[in-house]
Ligand binder design. Structure first.
Ligand code: NAD
Ligand code: TYD
Length: 338
């Protein structure tokens, strides 16, 4: 196969950095340009091992910077768009930047992709755009579920999804889209539930659980997400959306935290119930059967195995997460109320 050049936006973040590692391992002949603004969530140490790879180039910059984006897009075959503001709790405290990056930034990329005749624009989105399912119901989100975003984060992501489809319909932009569930694994910022729980427990601190802890998320190991994106980039139909989910069946936050406590040999006294998130979505569940039937993808890592790997990763990479946790101190103080 001839060399392809991929523009990865947000490649210094959690999923983006995992994806770049995945891609360069599986397609070492391809070239990757990583455009990332290095916000609090972007971290070049996640990519330190590939810094000197001749097929990898890092550009520090903002996706809302039209001139810069146009300059970079010149030689690109495929865009894989991860860059976003992603933390729901931060979106509740300060929605502005979510609209700037997730909506306006996506529009700049779309304009530039059209201008430069990009062959494939892949947009990474979330199951949160579909809103909240009833606790106890067996319903799952699928590709036909209507949008019903309920947080500033998910509303801004929904805006970006609509724009991508509109550019497909109106201008013929060749796009694909994936909406995935909650990812977990290494390089995950320690403000998010799993890494927060693991790193707190390593330091003898309690794990904050919002409300009654009965909210349900669908958990997807990040390597499984990368293989799903690979399937869609390789064989996905242009103009189509695929949902990506994991192997969990309705597990509550409380039960996941208990599993982490158990795997780390800690007692349930280490759970601390804190004031619930405003507008906290109750339940997410993802039907990923379309991606399975049409492109042959399925997740391979069950939660317990993925958690064991993730716990090991945080034990082995303390130099990576300790400075990030220190930088997030103000956020932690603002966000958590007993
Ligand atoms: P993250 O917050 O860890 O990383 C986001 C990256 O984007 C960071 O490196 C940050 O510096 C960069 N960035 C932010 N604003 C930017 C801007 N204006 N210009 C350039 N770069 C900018 O996010 P993540 O968890 O890796 O999520 C990646 C994508 O996947 C997002 O689009 C998110 O909505 C989606 N997603 C994530 C999850 C999840 O569980 N993490 C679930 C579903 C969907
Ligand atoms: P999070 O990792 O922030 O992902 P999202 O809100 O995008 O799903 O949170 C996952 C779940 O864990 C969500 O239901 C909120 C809950 N949660 C807590 O109970 N305590 C915490 O400290 C955090 C960060 C999240």
């Amino acid at each position: 196969m001839s060399q392809r050049t991929l523009l990865v936006t947000g490649g210094a973040g959690f999923i983006g950095s995992n994806f770049i590692h995945y891609w360069l391992n599986n397609y070492p002949e391809d070239k990757i340009i990583n455009l990332d603004a290095l916000t609090y969530a972007g971290n070049l140490s996640s990519l330190a091992d590939i810094e000197s790879n001749p097929n990898y180039v890092f550009v520090e910059g903002n996706i809302t910077d039209r001139e810069l984006v146009n300059k970079i897009m010149d030689d690109i075959d495929v865009v894989v768009h991860f860059a976003a503001e992603t933390h729901v709790d931060r979106s509740i405290l300060n929605p502005d930047v979510f609209l700037q990056t997730n909506v306006m930034g996506t529009q700049v990329l779309l304009d530039s992709a059209l201008k430069n005749n990009i062959k494939h624009f892949h947009h990474i989105s979330t199951d949160e755009v579909f809103g909240s399912l009833e606790l106890g119901s067996s319903k799952k989100f699928d590709e036909n579920t209507p949008y019903d975003p309920r947080s500033p984060y998910s509303a801004a992501k929904a805006g970006s999804d609509h724009l991508v489809r509109a550019y497909g319909e109106t201008y013929g932009l060749p796009f694909t889209m994936t909406n995935c569930s909650n990812n977990y694994g290494g390089y995950h910022h320690p403000e998010k539930l799993f890494p927060l729980a693991i790193t707190n427990l390593m330091d003898g601190l309690k794990v904050p659980v919002y409300g009654d802890g009965l909210n349900v998320r669908d958990w997807l190991y990040v390597q499984d997400h990368c293989s799903a994106i690979d399937r869609v980039l390789t064989d996905g139909k242009k103009g189509e959306t695929y949902l990506v989910g994991g192997l969990t069946e309705d597990i509550s936050n409380l039960d996941v935290v208990k599993l982490i406590l158990n795997l780390m040999g800690k007692s349930e006294d280490m759970i601390e119930y804190v004031t619930d998130r405003k507008g906290h979505d109750r339940r997410y569940a993802v039907d990923w059967s379309r991606l399975n039937k049409e492109l042959g993808w399925e997740p391979s890592v069950v939660l317990e195995e993925g958690l064991e790997k993730t716990i090991e990763w945080y034990k082995d990479n303390q130099d990576w997460w300790r400075p990030l946790k220190e930088e997030s101190k103000d956020f932690f103080e603002q966000n958590y109320k007993k």
